[in-house]
Design a binder for this molecule. Structure first.
Ligand code: ATP
Ligand code: SF4
Ligand code: MG
Length: 322
């Protein structure tokens, strides 16, 4: 069984009052993640792509253990994290770390960066007190920061340096997986490239695996081994990165890949697809993409397409792929 996530939506007082008289939408729920099965191998980079609101962050938070799924199991090292003993649970909690888009919001402005980086290794007893200074210096060096800056505060660093501080802090607990949610989106293009290089170096040197959520197709193409395409809570296509960019099988993926160069230095980022994204509270039946799909057939409105393998390691959920 895959992962499901539903959010109850509490209507405003006015909306609830109107709903009593049959005006407006009834109070409902957002089914943000639907039947998702996600396997991340050691040292693998999986890119997760889809339009705003499709459920990427929700899935990322579930994978990182920050939010519980409504249904479904999270397994770490093959074991269900809910039934793990304390040691196993701790290994999962430390082993999967999350890096967010805005490093400024992730750092306490009143805490010196050396203390921020050293806090988790100290609290979790990962290094002895006497070794903490060396540990912090080593982590700062590892991410390309001068350890002599350890006494400075976050505002004294550039955006790219702040993201390096956040990465050093995540590395302090010796993770095996980083869930990166738009982790380079707030950075200038040239700084993005440097931080991506850092991610790739960490993967090479430490065997880190990544779930890499990004709107930027150039970033995903560059960093990911495998790409998952998400639409209204479901994964609709999954393929090795090269294959996906050369031979996308799903009409939604093809629409996403009809990208235009953006104005900020030519990075490839997808444009809004024709038609509005349906409300996740009331998604279309059958294939959820059918109201916007240029290839929609009558069956698409009534039957949900099942995933079909179209090439080794490549599947797509579309009636055209049968
Ligand atoms: N705590 C919450 N309560 C209610 N609804 C939520 C909550 N968190 C997310 N949602 C809804 O779940 C859906 C998926 O949201 P999510 O943030 O995962 O999308 P996303 O793909 O990360 O979007 P973006 O690209 O804009 O970051 C959206 O409809 C969102 O409004
Ligand atoms: S199942 Fe139908 S509507 Fe959905 S992507 Fe395929 S052709 Fe388009
Ligand atoms: Mg998000």
């Amino acid at each position: 069984m895959g992962i499901e996530k539903r959010f109850g939506v509490h209507p405003s007082a006015a909306a609830a009052w109107m709903a009593r008289f049959g005006i407006g939408n009834p109070p409902g729920e957002v089914h943000a993640v639907r039947h998702v099965e996600l396997l991340l191998h050691a040292g693998e980079v999986v890119g997760l792509v889809g339009e705003s609101g499709c459920g990427k962050s929700t899935l990322g938070r579930i994978a990182a253990g920050i939010a519980p799924p409504s249904e479904g199991e999270i397994r770490y090292g093959g074991e269900n994290v809910l039934t793990m003993d304390r040691a196993g649970r701790r290994a999962f909690e430390l082993g999967v770390q999350m890096v967010f888009q805005n490093p400024f919001a992730s750092l306490n402005p009143r805490i010196r960066v050396g203390d921020a980086i050293g806090e988790a290794p100290r609290v979790h007893g990962i290094v002895a007190k006497a070794e903490l200074d060396d540990c912090v210096a080593g982590l700062m060096q590892r991410v390309g920061l001068d350890p002599s800056y350890r006494h400075r505060f976050p505002h004294q660093f550039s955006g790219g340096q702040r993201q390096r501080i956040v990465i050093a802090r995540a590395l302090g607990v010796r993770p095996k997986v980083l869930v990166c949610d738009e982790a380079v989106a707030a950075l200038d293009v040239s700084v993005q490239a440097q931080v991506l290089n850092l991610f790739m170096d960490l993967r090479r040197d430490m065997g880190l695996a990544y779930l890499f959520i990004s709107h930027n197709l150039a970033v995903v193409e560059r960093i990911a081994d495998r790409v998952l395409i998400m639409y209204l809570g479901r994964i609709v296509e999954a393929a090795p990165a090269r294959e996906l960019f050369i031979r996308p099988a799903h009409p939604y993926t093809r629409a996403l890949l009809d990208e235009v160069p953006s104005l900020d230095g030519g990075s490839r980022t997808y444009v809004p697809i024709k038609g509005e994204l349906p409300s996740p509270m009331n998604p279309p039946g059958g294939c959820a993409f059918h109201p916007r799909c240029p290839h929609a057939m009558p069956v698409c409105a009534t039957e949900s397409p099942q995933p079909k393998t179209v090439a080794p390691g490549h599947w797509s959920a579309c009636h055209l792929n049968s």
